[in-house]
Design a protein around this ligand. Sequence first.
Ligand SMILES: [Zn+2]
Length: 410
Amino acid sequence: MLSNAGRLPGPTRWILPALLALACMMLAVMPGVASATELTAKAARIAGDEARTRIVIDFDVKPDFTVHYLPSPNRIVVDIAGTVNFAFPPEQLEARGIYERIRFGAMSAGRTRLVLTSKLPAGLEVAEARKNEDGDGWRLVLDGAIVTPDQYAAMKKQGNWGNAESSTPVVPLAPQQPSSDGVFTVAIDAGHGGIDTGAITSGKNPVYEKNITLDFAKALGRELNAQPGIKAFLTRDTDVFLSLGERVQIARSRGANLFISLHADTLREKSTRGATVYTISDRASDKLADELAKRENTSDEVAGVEVKKEPSEVNDILIDLTRRETQAFSISLANSIVHSFEGQIGLINNPHRSAGFRVLTAPDVPSVLLELGFLSNSEDVKQLQRPDFRDKLVTLIADAVKRYRDKLGG
Ligand SMILES: [Zn+2]
């Protein structure tokens, strides 16, 4: 793709096809030129005001990238081909000027994303990879500016609006039964990942929620796979981003009988600690659950994934019907987990809560979201990093899954 495909419309727009053709010809006669699969971003700088803001990122090799825009909230999405090793401290790219939030990280193997969120609609006037004069490395220059309504409309027309990748509404399937060979399949979902770090502890050596969840997910997978008659798989087993819809679809397409999403978020009330089990509900059980679900549901937005409208009304009714039955199973699993934890590990008061978590919307797979503890509580942070605590916790979850399965079978 041409590196400046996401630029604002301007008098030079007609030149683009010609440049593209030229670039293709050059690539064809230069067999040594290939898009790098691994790049290092060595440093970054950001400067500007409320009207214009420049970002410069230093790379070791030329970054191959594309740009597109997403509305509500206004986002400029820069996709870089290859895996980028971000070797600079995150503070170097802290949001300022026109941007209120900046995220960067892996989207999938071989694809990296930068998401620039602005309060007002904004576009890139310059998006270029420039060779450093001293011949050492390249710099990616992104000049962002607030746009007028006319420019905004023109950007939409230009075609680099939205992308194919979006969170798709779920389509109801028949509820999952254990397979004919009696194998009980569990989908384990490590919350967040890649560009979506989840919660981060403050201070030196920050702890990332996405790493804690992956660590526990792997351990739980091993524990469950060691049980006869149970097969577990992870929705992600590396540091990559998955949209909430993808997590649900992976579980359904692989015939999961259960879906367990693992998290370790932060709360405003820092003294709150302990585990919580969440199931889905239209209305949140309490304020804390409501806030948590709202934050969790912004995951796709953070990663620059377009969120499609909710399914049509007919689809809604079908989903509702299957969901009601599934819901009873989800609650049964939640109770089984709480029962397993009681007296063994710390639980918050009212440990089974509910809210509208989008990751729990599989109409046919009983699903729970488990807060393992809170990264806002220093005791929990220590505990979540202890292997003995992790092993104890996954054993208790596995016990709960076995009890749930035995109840079904009995
Ligand atoms: Zn989370």
